[in-house]
Design a binder for this molecule. Structure first.
Ligand code: SF4
Length: 355
């Protein structure tokens, strides 16, 4: 295996990046807060989905002080649609630490950045190199794929050993090549996002197509190799969309675990027939008036899938609310964070303007 990137490759990449980079709202602001928020949002989420969310987030919470002060419900609402809500919780936790210990600023120090809540080696590397020009790697899944192909790495890309081996190939570039580490790291990210795509890489326009070993060997489609993931657990659920007049019943999920602290329609981890769904509503102290089925839906999490059926149940007025349930109007629900797991139903009732 080629052991490191050459100076020529580093220059080819940064030249290509300077000529071809996309205009993105967080680019070139020089603001570490902007780099941080965008990098956290971009983890696990497509760039097109991130742009409007990022713009709204920065408008409402323009700096760490505003983020540290933000009410949890408001924060979750701003994060809605991006998924993986623990990222938003960690952002706030981190903003509190920054306000308390760092004068509200991200520290200009890679090692300190890595110790902050929710900031792992990749994000620390991105902030350090892009915002502070510190020459350190920022290696995410896209960058790993590019490098695995350039070096024709056949080992399992999920293994920590392979990841470390690939990351180590970068270390000398920062020391030897006369390129900006910010442009180099962003070039790697951009190459992975726009040319070296998982299924159909655009090798003919790639700045590294003369030196890429996978291209030379005809193994691009086999690299990177990933060992299979364990099968996701499937949970069958029944949602009760309880309506009292024009209002909807929702409740907050427990503070720990999946979708912690977010709102949901009443959900039961069983595949219920209509009569059983009515019995559940009665058990909760409600008087059902009528029931109708809603469309089924599936939501896929990293390790499990919810296969949901749902019923709308109209209830008589004056039900005693139990188990943290609340009744909210359409206007009120707009301010509550209902995760995208329930998107089939928020769309069904047109509860979100942005969906
Ligand atoms: S030549 Fe093709 S496979 Fe190799 S890095 Fe470029 S886009 Fe990826």
């Amino acid at each position: 295996m080629q052991e490191k990137l050459t100076e020529k490759q580093a220059e080819q990449l940064t030249d290509w990046y300077e000529k071809n980079r996309r205009s993105l709202p967080w680019r070139d602001t020089g603001n570490p807060y902007h780099v941080w928020i965008s990098e956290i949002m971009l983890q696990q989420t497509r760039i097109e989905a991130v742009i409007p969310k990022y713009e709204a987030f920065i408008r409402e919470l323009p700096d760490t002080a505003a983020l540290a002060r933000c009410d949890d419900d408001r924060l979750m609402r701003l994060w809605e649609g991006l998924g993986y809500y623990s990222r938003a919780r960690n952002l706030k936790k981190c903003a509190e630490v920054l306000t308390e210990n760092f004068g509200g600023r991200l520290p200009e120090d890679y090692a300190l950045l890595k110790k902050l809540p929710g900031i792992g080696p990749y994000t620390a590397g991105a902030i350090a190199s892009i915002a502070f020009s510190i020459p350190v790697p920022a290696v995410d899944g896209n960058v790993l794929r590019v490098l695995a192909r350039v070096f024709a790495v056949r080992e399992d890309i999920r293994s920590e050993e392979t990841k470390k081996h690939i990351t180590d190939t970068l270390s000398e570039v920062y020391a030897s090549a006369h390129v900006s580490c910010s442009s180099f790291n962003q070039g790697m990210m951009e190459l992975g996002e726009t040319l070296c795509l998982p299924a159909k890489p655009h090798c003919s326009t790639c700045p590294w197509n003369e030196s890429c070993l996978a291209l030379q060997q005809g193994t691009v489609s086999q690299i990177p190799y990933r060992s299979p993931l364990k099968q996701r657990k499937i949970i069958r659920r029944t949602l009760l969309v309880i309506r009292e007049g024009e209002k909807f019943m929702i409740r907050r999920r427990p503070e720990k675990g999946l979708l912690a602290g977010l709102y949901e329609f009443i959900g039961i981890d069983e595949d219920l027939e209509a009569k059983d769904a009515l019995a559940e509503a009665e058990k909760m102290g409600m008087t059902p008036l009528r029931i109708r089925p809603l469309p089924d839906s599936v939501h896929v999490f990293t390790h499990l899938e919810w296969h949901m059926k749902a019923y709308e149940i109209r209830i008589a007025e004056g039900a005693k609310l139990k188990d943290g349930c609340i009744l909210v109007s359409r206007a009120e629900i707009a301010d509550k964070a209902l995760p995208s797991a329930f998107r089939a139903y928020t769309r069904w009732y047109a509860l979100r303007e942005d969906e």
